[in-house]
Design a protein around this ligand. Structure first.
Ligand code: SF4
Ligand code: SF4
Length: 365
């Protein structure tokens, strides 16, 4: 296999000293317990591929696609090794070699054909009932909220309406996060970038709001590699904190799960917490592992679609930490769905919801 992408990270490949500290935190290693399923194992496999000493056979690809891209290993690593960048480079080489599996090809094909990874044929406008228009603020719902967690997209729209915001929805397509995480080439991602930027430009929006952690990470970290963005990119909770809002009391014990993509990847920890603490009478409690140390929900990096059993076990562990609360809120529909699966496995009674839905319910008119 040619390793053009891994080659760009060759210095990082020798950065790993094989100390093994990452084994303390890797959520996948915690479930599988083979060295090859921890960050250091993945680094060794990538080094082996780069040197041509090993072939990308089924077992190697399984380990490389079992990384949730949570980046907790890099936080723990004494040499700050960029494990996710290396793993994603290896995935790009695997895809370039024509070794993507049928499921991955189907997802990429759906994004090309329908603009979403779910093979959904309805447009966003048909799903959400609003056409794009000229406005100051655009709400980029993302595919999961538009097609799977429509209650989250509707909550976002309802909040914008209740606050009399000059807003619009977008004629958007998938942000490209799935393609990027699975290793599809930059040209495919650039197509998504250009289509979305045109859709935003057509509305004249100066601020774009996101309720999905994965989409936000794409716009903040990956889109600027392709184009300069002429608008503000904010998580919905960041924008809400700028508004003058009054919420009804909520007499429940609430905890917050940091999605890896806005937490460790973007450093957004306080805006959702500030929002929760604005709710009168709420009892906000932190799980044992929070902020930079938060445990992954287990669903990212293609693990939920490729290895649902592993994703479920990781989510169940996170839900065990949440048993201190009546309700766990988070700020990513993908985390919501995976944590709900974990709640069922852990037989937990803790409710799992997107923070936007709770805010919408409590927002005084
Ligand atoms: S903690 Fe860092 S240096 Fe140590 S084995 Fe893991 S990736 Fe390598
Ligand atoms: S990014 Fe997360 S899942 Fe992947 S190797 Fe690092 S700790 Fe493990």
């Amino acid at each position: 296999m040619r390793t053009e992408n891994l080659k760009k990270w060759r210095k990082e490949l020798i950065n790993c000293t094989q100390c093994g500290f990452c084994k303390e935190v890797c959520p996948v290693f915690e479930e599988i317990e083979w060295d090859s399923s921890a960050a250091r194992g993945r680094m060794s496999l990538c080094y082996g591929l780069y040197c041509g000493d090993i072939e990308p056979d089924g077992s190697v690809m399984e380990r490389l696609y079992q990384c949730t891209t949570c980046t907790d290993c890099t936080r723990r690593c004494p040499s700050s090794t960029a494990v996710v960048d290396v793993v994603e480079a290896a995935r790009k080489d695997i895809v370039a070699a024509g070794l993507a599996n049928e499921g991955q090809k189907r997802i990429a094909g759906s994004i090309k054909r329908f603009g979403n990874p779910f093979e959904e044929t309805q447009s966003r406008e048909e799903m959400l009932g609003e056409a794009p228009r000229q406005a100051e603020i655009a709400y980029y719902t993302g595919c999961t909220a538009a097609y799977r967690n429509i209650e989250t997209a509707k909550a976002g729209i309802s909040i914008l309406k209740k606050l009399n915001a000059d807003y619009t929805l977008l004629d958007e397509v998938c942000c490209g996060s799935v393609l990027s995480r699975l290793g599809f080439p930059d040209e495919d991602i650039e197509t998504q970038v250009d289509t979305n930027l045109k859709a935003i430009e057509a509305t004249g929006a100066k601020t774009v709001l996101f309720s999905c952690a994965g989409c936000l990470r794409m716009f903040k970290k990956e889109y600027p590699k392709f184009r300069k963005l002429p608008f503000r990119v904010l998580h919905f909770t960041e924008w809400l904190n700028e508004q003058d809002i009054t919420l009804q009391p909520y007499e429940k014990t609430v905890t917050y799960h940091d999605p890896c993509h806005i937490g460790r990847h973007l450093g957004i920890y306080e805006p959702p917490r500030t929002m929760i603490q604005k709710i009168p009478k709420v009892n906000f409690v932190e799980m044992k592992d929070n902020r930079e140390m938060a445990r992954c929900c287990g669903g990212g990096g293609g693990v939920r679609s490729g290895f649902p059993e592993v994703a479920g076990k990781i989510a169940a562990r996170r839900m065990e930490q949440a048993m201190i609360a009546d309700i766990l809120v988070t700020t990513c529909p993908f985390c919501v769905n995976n944590l709900k699966m974990g709640r069922d496995i852990a037989q937990s009674k803790v409710e799992v919801r997107d923070l936007l839905e709770v805010i919408d319910e409590l927002l005084d008119l």
